[in-house]
Design a binder for this molecule. Sequence first.
Ligand code: ATP
Length: 738
Amino acid sequence: MSLDFLSQKYESLDYDQCENYYFLLEQRQQQRNLNILRNKGFKRWIVILFIGILTALTACGIVIATDKLASYKFHFLMTKMNQCDNSSFCYTPLFYWMGINATLVAIGSIMVTYWAPVAAGSGIPVVKCYLNGVKVPEVVRFKTFVSKAVGVIFSVVGGLATGKEGPMIHCGAVIAAGVSQGKSTTFKKDTHLLDEFKDDREKRDFVSAGAAAGVAAAFGAPIGGVLFSLEEGASFWNQALTWRIFFCSMITTFTLNIVLSIYHNHAGQLSYPGLINFGKFGEINYAIYEIPIYAFLGAIGGILGALHNSINLRLSMIRLKYINRNWSKVAESVFISIFTCSIAYSLIYLDEDCHKKELLSLNETIRAGCKESEFSVMSYLWLATPEATISRLFHSDDDMWTWKTLLIFFVCYFFLATWTYGISVSSGLFIPSLIVGATGGRLFYLLVKHTLPDESDWADGCKFALIGAAAMLGGVVRMTISLTVIMIETTGNITFGPPIMITLIVSKWVGDYFNHESIYDIHIRLAAIPFLYWEPPSLSTTVYASEIMSAPVVALRSVEKVDRIIQVLENETHNGFPVVDTEEFDFTESGSSLEPSYSSPAHYGRFRGLILRWQLIVLLQEKIFNENDEYHKITAGTFRDAYPRYPPIEKIINLITDQERQYSIDLRPVMNPSPYSMSHTASLNRIFQLFRALGLRHLVIVNDYNEVVGIVTRKDIARYRQHCHRGKLFLQTLQISV
Ligand code: ATP
C-alpha cells in the first residue's frame, strides 16, 4: 500500500483576511464608533473565559465519571478474585472482566465508528491539522465532542492501554470552536452575539486557546498548554494571542482545581490541577555526572519510540487495507479489550511475585495466589486506571519491584500500547507511553543496583521512572519544548527540569535518526492530509513557481456573466478563482472553457483580485446582479451569516431563472482586491514560507506584467516532500487522489 498521495477530500481553511469593499466599509464604521472596537476586544476575553471554564468542567466530568466507573469495576473484580480458591486458576472473574471490558469498549467504539469517526484516536493530529490550515470534516462538531468525551471514558474504564489526555485537547478545541461562534449548526441555533468572530482566522485563534486549555486540563500544565499550541500549531503568533491563550489555560487549571478539590472533599485545597496527577515528587536531586545517564536513557527512549511508531505505522496500514468496514473496526476494538484483560489476568495468576500489604489498604489489593498478608504485584499494575498505574510506578517503594514482573509488564504493555493506538475508539497515547517508559526506568534502576551495588547511592527508582517516562514519550511524540514544560509542571519540580530536557532532546534526535516522524505525523500521513511542516523540503530552492503552478487557470472577469459563473462552479471543484481584467482578453464564451483566446504567452488577463467559491455562492443566492442593482442590500455580515457551511451550487441553480442567467455580476466589491501573488520565477522555498507563515489557501502566480499565469494552492505545496533513499536526498512529489 502506497502512502505517496494526498487526499482531495480535505479543503483548506482561509487564514488570509479578505479586505474587500464590504469589509473596509465595516471597518470604517467601527472606527467611527470606538465602542464597537472595545466591545470586540472585551467579548474576546469573555469568550476565552468561557472556553477555559467549559474545558475544565468537561475535564472534571471525564475524570469523575472515569473514577467512579473504574472504582465500581475494580472493586467488583477484586471481590470476585479474592473470593476465588487461592490455590488454582479461577475463571469466573476473568469472564466477568472480559464481559465488562468488551461491553464498555463496544459502546465507546460504536459511538465513534458509526457516529463521529473523526473522534477516533487522540485527536491531536486533527487539531494540529486544523491549526495548520486544513479543514478536516466534522473536526469541531458537537457530535465529535460528545463521542470524544464520552468515548474516552469507556475506553479507559474498558481497560484499553489508553489515556484520556489527548482527547481532552481535542475536546478543548471543539469547545473553543463552538463557544466562539455563538451558534450551533447541530441545534440550528444562532445567537448572533458573536458575529464578528465568524471567520476562519478568528476561529483558529480561539481553537488554539481551546487546545492549550485542553493540555492545561489534562496535565495541570497551563504554560505547557501555551507552548503546545505554539509548537504544534502556530504559524501565526502574536503577543496579545499568547496572553489570551495563557489566560484561558490558567482559568482551566483554576476551575478544574476548585471542582476536583470539592469532589475529593478538600474544598479550597487546590492540589488537583489536572486530570493526571503524578503525585508529589518532593525534591529530586541530581549530580552533574548523572547527565550522561539521562542522555543514555533518552537514547533508549528514542529507539523504543521509533520502534513503537514503526510498528504502529505497519499495523495502521494493515488496518486501512483489511479493517475498513465499520463492524470490523468495532470488532477489532472489542477483541483488543478482551485480549488485554486476558493477558493481564493470566499474568496476575501466573506471576508469583507477592509483596507485603503493610501500608496498602486491604480492599485495594488482590491476593491471586499470594499469602493472606500479601498481594500480587502484577495486579497492582494491571488492575487500576492507567493514571493510577503510572503514579504507582513513580512512587512505590523501590523494593516492591522485581525485574521479572517489570520486564513482563514492560513488554506486554509496549505491544498493547502500540497495537491499541489507531483503533476506532477515543484514546490517547501519552499515558501508555509514560507507563512503558516508567517501567523501563524502574528496570534500569534495578540494573544499576545489581551491577553497582556499592556505588549507586545516587540511583533512585522514582527518578529513573520519571526520566524513563519522559524518554519514551519523547521518542513517540517527538515534542521538545512543550513536553519538557508539561513534565516539569506535572511533577512540580523545577530543579529536575534540565535532566528532563536533555532526555527529551536526545530521545527526539535518536528517534528522528530512525524515522523522521512523530506518531501524530504518521497518522496525518496515513490520512493523506495536505499538512505543511515547519520547514520547506531541503531541495525546494531548485524548484520554481512555474514548475509547480497549475495552468490553465480558471479565472473570472471583473464583471462576469451569471451563466458563466454557474458553469464554472458546476464544472470545476476549485474554491478560489483569480479575477482578471477583461478588456484585453476574451475568454471563450461557451461554458467554463478557460483557454485564453490567443495562444502565447499563456496568461489569463491582468490580475485584479481573488474571489472564493462561497462568496460567489452567496452572491448568487442573494441575487446580487448588476441588473437588480441591489449591491446595497449586502454587507460584510451577509457573508458571515452563511459561515461556515454554504449550500452547494446544485441547490442554488434552481433559484436562478433563465433570464437571470443572462445578467452579470460585478465581482470587484466582493473579491479580495489585494491577495498575495508571486512571480513565476519565485522558488518553492519562498512560496512554502509564505503559505506556512501566513496560512494561505491560494497564491496566484503572475508574470512580469502582473498577468495571471498560474495558481498554487496549499495542496500543491504539501505534495512536495523530502525523501531519503540510499543516502541520497530526493524531492518527492505525491499524487493527489480523490
Ligand atoms: P482547497 O481544496 O484547498 O480549499 P481549492 O479547492 O481551490 O482549495 P485545490 O483543491 O487545492 O484547490 O486544487 C486542486 C488543484 O487544482 C491544485 O493543483 C490547484 O493548483 C488547482 N487549482 C486550484 N484552483 C484553480 C484554478 N482557479 N484554476 C486552475 N487550477 C486550479
